[in-house]
Design a protein around this ligand. Structure first.
Ligand code: APR
Length: 246
């Protein structure tokens, strides 16, 4: 990793033809949404990912897992996008062809800030889908309320529409993200520990394809060694400075 100043990265943002931004839970931290891996405050300090974010965990204790996702949905309805989300949305509104926004987040805050066409690698926490292949009786509008809701005829359960560990990412979304990684000239990696693949692999792909890679994170991440520069600050502090007009 080489050093890079905020001014240098701001100049890169202004000059580059196409920027890919990969975001993680850290961009929503200043909105009041817990991250996963931060010590003390991250969800994975409290829960085991294999219990709460795998199909096997859901099948073992569906009520517990459903209620946790319901808790997170409720939390999200009470928060708002922050200056980091907003800076990306405003830039993309000004220069719609210059930015591809890729997120691991399922919280919808980029979209609520006004970003369109967000590539959501890990799904959407506000969506549901059937756990097992739906039969004719499994109509989503007819699911019986419960924890989780279920099909009153065959017992099929609803589950949150997020990507759990061991599951494939939505193919077209991942393909579009990989295309952006291969064709951008700057990739910003914001608020992610860089521990989960294939998402983190996008930064390696961008670098290998010749893009500059810059990490924005107040703490060390696993992608620092791949980056040309690391800006040690929070998303809500740094992104408005990088994307602002001044
Ligand atoms: N601004 C920017 N970065 C921040 C901020 C902030 N205000 N606060 C914390 N961070 C950083 C942390 O230092 C950490 O590196 O955000 C990162 C959050 O990392 P994780 O909690 O691991 O979140 P993420 O990388 O998005 O996790 C990837 O793991 O459990 C799965 O599916 C889940 O999509 C998630 C995936």
């Amino acid at each position: 990793m080489e050093g890079a100043s905020l001014d240098a990265v701001k100049a890169w943002v202004q000059q580059t033809r196409h920027i890919a931004v990969l975001t993680g839970a850290g961009i929503s931290a200043e909105s009041g949404v817990p991250t996963f891996r931060d010590a003390q405050t991250g969800y994975w300090a409290q829960f085991r990912p294999e219990d709460m974010a795998t199909e096997a965990g859901f099948r073992a204790l569906p009520q517990r897992v459903w209620d946790w996702y319901q808790y997170r949905r409720d939390l999200l309805t009470g928060v708002a996008p922050n200056a980091g989300h907003q800076a990306l949305a405003v830039f993309a509104q000004q220069y719609p062809d210059r930015l591809t926004l890729i997120t691991q987040n399922v919280d919808g805050l980029h979209q609520r800030a006004g970003s369109v066409g967000v590539l959501c690698l890990h799904g959407d926490i506000f969506e549901n889908r059937w756990l097992d292949a739906p039969r004719n009786c499994c109509h989503i509008d007819h699911a019986v309320a419960g924890h989780p809701p279920y099909c009153d005829r065959c017992g099929n359960l609803l589950r949150p529409g997020v990507v759990w560990f061991g599951e494939a990412l939505p193919f077209a979304t991942l393909e579009a993200a990989q295309h952006a990684a291969h064709t951008c000239d700057l990739m910003l990696v914001v608020g992610t520990a860089g521990a989960v693949y294939p998402a983190a692999g996008l930064a390696h792909q961008a670098r290998a394809a010749g893009a500059r890679v810059v990490v924005v994170n107040p703490a060390p991440s696993e992608l620092d060694g791949t980056a040309h520069g690391v800006l040690h600050g929070t998303a809500a502090e740094v992104l408005p400075q990088l994307f602002g007009a001044g």
